[in-house]
Design a protein around this ligand. Sequence first.
Ligand SMILES: Nc1ncnc2c1ncn2[C@@H]1O[C@H](COP(=O)(O)OP(=O)(O)OP(=O)(O)O)[C@@H](O)[C@H]1O
Ligand SMILES: [Mg+2]
Length: 159
Amino acid sequence: MKRYLADSAATAALASELLAVLPADTAGWTLLLEGELGAGKSTFARALIGAMGHLGAVPSPTYTLVEPYQIADRRIYHIDLYRISSEEELRYLGWGELEDGFRLVEWPDRVPGLARTADLRLSLSYAETGRNAQLKGLSERGKAVAGRLQMANLDHPKD
Ligand SMILES: Nc1ncnc2c1ncn2[C@@H]1O[C@H](COP(=O)(O)OP(=O)(O)OP(=O)(O)O)[C@@H](O)[C@H]1O
Ligand SMILES: [Mg+2]
């Protein structure tokens, strides 16, 4: 699925659309948020966490590396791997203990091999005054979600 996102509101709207096609139980799911500095990874994560029902602030995990959220039954981990550079460091961070939640990962390319176990990848890139977005399913269940988003777009085209 590809889409031009004219502004940050469009990035946030895409997060709501994704939530609508995600299963209620996202424990153990991983969404990779790829894109260069300022591409809108945090904007998307913030909108998704907000759309899931979180009312407070969504601080950037740049320094804490992991920001956990509990929203009703849903556990979410907003993760920033900017300062991580290997699978070993990722283990040290306690990656395996985050299996019980939905992992939203900024800078996933810092750890080669992460895509092997992820479900979805959103790639954001600069385009004109906005961003281009591409959502790709990586796992079988991720592909099903990406397919549902594609179908929803065909039913309700944006532009
Ligand atoms: N579709 C869009 N079009 C234009 N600007 C956008 C869009 N989406 C987000 N932005 C803006 O881009 C800026 C950077 O966004 P954000 O912090 O989410 O990026 P990031 O990828 O998380 O950056 P970092 O690499 O520092 O973590 C913000 O000012 C945000 O409002
Ligand atoms: Mg960010």
